[in-house]
Design a protein around this ligand. Structure first.
Ligand code: BGC
Length: 342
């Protein structure tokens, strides 16, 4: 009898612990709130937001439990201010694309010290950051690929203009460095990069002025999502389609149209939908299962989740579309009715 009651107590205790554990998970789920902070209003960031929404839906979160926010153009002060707002709210986690990693680190540290899970996406943090994981492209490598493509397009060399949206964000700096390293031993001469601070209208003005100062421009490199389209417009207006080779980043509708028209020679497409999706998923898993299990399940290696890139040219565009469709990743463009040039 005594034995039986001891057993009963043990069983009851175990049961109550199990309920408590479940309860904790449920409470975390209900109280869970994640914020994803991007860098500018642009279709690229809308794709990140779609990833955030898709993850929230798959995890059974309400809309208000997964917040997405971007400033209109590059705005370090606004990113800091937004971090402060959500630290004060005591959210569960914040994933941020720091437009200036040095300027953002103190407020990221403040968040981490307040017990908030801090990660980064799209653009990496400083060395030794409090950011637990960076989810995004290997930007140096991706820039290097862009440089190799440019070198193939310009076997005779020539001058190449570089347009980018930041002089502080590490993704812009690393892409540029990768590109420069890849063209180092070729006859290509890179002009000083021009910075539009994620202002698409300014990007076009700058592309126009580089082209008018260098009417023989052999190539152009668009570092951020709207730089490719800005160069494309400038190249068309200058009547230099085919003469000024254009390599850029990302695969928003205007970029795909540029490839279809033949003004963009190649683009290095990032997987920004995945960046948004995985940021929410990772923070949710850390909050509900603990860091070790979350890192294991999500394949975090050296504090990173490399989302990978796809190189797209007219020859591979249809395959790229088929791959997106197979993964169920939404896109607003279609190749229907278009065939690559023979
Ligand atoms: C970059 C982002 C940037 C976006 C729009 C992308 O290529 O990865 O950091 O905000 O372009 O400018």
């Amino acid at each position: 009898m005594k034995r039986l009651s001891v057993l009963l107590i043990v069983v009851l205790t175990l049961l109550s612990l199990a309920v408590a554990a479940d309860h904790n998970v449920t409470t975390a789920q209900e109280e869970f709130k994640v914020v994803v902070i991007g860098k500018s209003v642009h279709p690229y960031w809308s794709n990140v937001e779609k990833g955030v929404r898709a993850a929230a839906k798959d995890l059974g979160l309400k809309d208000e439990q997964a917040i997405f926010w971007v400033p209109p153009t590059e705005d370090v002060a606004a990113q800091i201010q937004t971090m402060e707002t959500y630290i004060a709210q005591g959210v569960t986690g914040i994933a941020i694309a720091p437009s200036d990693p040095n300027a953002l680190e103190p407020v990221m540290k403040k968040a981490a010290e307040a017990g908030i899970i801090v990660t980064t996406l799209d653009t990496p943090p400083v060395e030794g950051s409090v950011s637990l994981v960076y989810i995004g492209t290997d930007n140096y490598q991706a820039g290097f690929i862009a440089g190799q493509i440019m070198a193939e397009l310009l076997p005779e060399g020539g001058k190449v203009g570089i347009g980018r949206g930041s002089d502080t964000a590490l993704n812009a700096l690393q892409r540029t460095q990768g590109f420069l390293d890849a063209i180092k031993d070729t006859g290509i001469e890179a002009l000083e990069p021009v910075n539009d601070r994620e202002d698409a209208a300014r990007a076009l003005e700058l592309a126009n002025s580089v082209l008018s100062a260098n009417p023989d421009l052999a190539g152009a490199f668009g570092v951020y999502a709207y730089n490719g389209p800005a160069w494309a417009t400038a190249i068309k207006e200058a009547g230099r389609v085919g003469q000024t080779k254009l390599v850029c980043f990302d695969a928003t509708t205007d970029i795909i149209n540029g490839i279809k028209e033949g003004v963009i020679d190649a683009t290095v497409a990032q997987r920004e939908f995945d960046m948004g999706y995985k940021s929410v998923e990772l923070i949710f898993k850390i909050a509900t299962k603990g860091q070790a299990a979350a890192f294991r399940e999500m394949g975090v290696v050296d504090g990173k989740i490399d989302t990978g890139v796809d190189v797209i040219t007219a020859a591979t565009l249809k395959d790229y579309e088929a791959a997106l469709d197979a993964k169920g990743i939404p896109h607003e463009w279609t190749t229907e009715g278009w065939e690559p040039p023979k």
